[in-house]
Each structure stands twice: as structure tokens, then as C-alpha cells.
Design a protein around this ligand. Sequence first.
Ligand code: TYD
Length: 215
Amino acid sequence: MTAQFPGYFISFEGIDGAGKSTHIESFAQLIKDRHPDREIVLTREPGGTQLGEQLRGLLLDAPMNLETEALLMFAARREHIAQVIEPALRSGKIVISDRFTDASFAYQGGGRGLSLDKLNDLERWVQGRADGSLLQPNLTILFDLPGTVAEVRRSKVRAPDKFEQMDLTFFEKVRQEYLRRAKADSKRFHLVDATQTQESIWSGLQKLDIKLVDE
Ligand code: TYD
């Protein structure tokens, strides 16, 4: 069961190089134009708080044990939920986050091989609520594309961080875990074929029908 708040929670996901960051700001503006009465909170993971951004610096640079990595991802997320996400949703705001828990299942689980049982436990710990529900995005937009295409795109833009240096097999495993989760929760996920041009992706995003809780 997903927790209900007056606000609305959207996450953007995909393997590195899929193009989610290209669209997230214009998407936030689009939602703002459609709902001028609602405040939009644009945030990211790992990060989103002062402590979370410090943890992000460590997570993206320092090599570490897999379980340490998962625990720090969820520690940053706990802080993000407590300080930013939950208060915003309670007061009716629209939260748009560049990544959330699906990334932990995809990267630490699918990519690096941490057991799904451990990830489920961490999710319950960090996102569980007193009524037994889990704090989850209302909508997750998954930018999907083959690892080979993403690799070419990444090589054109910037110096890679720790995750971006991983090989093709890693990204294929991350992608498969994202797709498995999307299939298992098709009501929450909206799949974007990220091999399309930026223009077609954008026109697809503009057609998304988003029903806010009080509408
Ligand atoms: P990303 O969101 O791609 O930001 P940027 O566009 O600045 O590169 O980078 C965050 C990285 O962190 C990405 O490689 C995925 C990884 N990550 C995890 O491995 N687990 C998680 O739970 C989260 C939130 C991110």
C-alpha cells in the first residue's frame, strides 16, 4: 500500500546517459504552468539536503563496500524524506525527484548484486509509515535505453563519476532491474523509450496525464 498525502510525488529514473536530466527542469516548469496554484519542489538523490549532498560526494567518489553504499544511500534518503519530501507532500506540494528508491534496487541490487531482501528491509525501514504503508512516488518516469547507446552518450558529455565508470554488463543489469520493477508496478511507472529524439521524448512527456490527488 502506498501512503496518501495531499501532495504528489514524481521520480525520474534511468541508467546514466538515458537523458532524464535533460528533461527534468522543463518538466518541472510544465507542471508549474499547469498547476500555478501548487508549489513545485525539484530535488535529487542521493542528495536533496545538506547532509544528503555531503553523502552524495562520498557515494559518487569513494570506493566502498556494497552494503556500506546501500546503507549510505538509504541514510541520505531518510534525511531527504524527513526534511524535504514528506513535509512538502503533507502541505500539498508537488515533489519531483531526480532518482529515488528504484535506483537503489537497480544499481545496488541489479548492478552490484545486493540481495533484494536486504533492499526491501531498508525500504521498509526508511519509507515505512505507522499505518503500514510505504512512502512511494505516485508516478515514476523511467527513461529506458540499451546500455550501448547510453555508453556512447555518456562518453560525449563529461568526466565519469564512480558509477559512470562501470562497464556495459553492469548497466545492462541495472537496466533489467529497472524494467523488472516497471513491469511489476505498471500503474506507477511510465516508460519512456529514450532512444527517441529529444523532441519526441519531450512531446511524449507533454501528453502525460497527471491526476493530482484533489482533482
Ligand atoms: P545521476 O542521478 O545520474 O546524476 P548526474 O546526472 O549528476 O550524474 O547520478 C547519481 C548516481 O548515483 C547514478 O550513477 C546512480 C547512483 N545511485 C545509486 O547507485 N543508488 C541510488 O539509490 C541512487 C539514488 C543513485
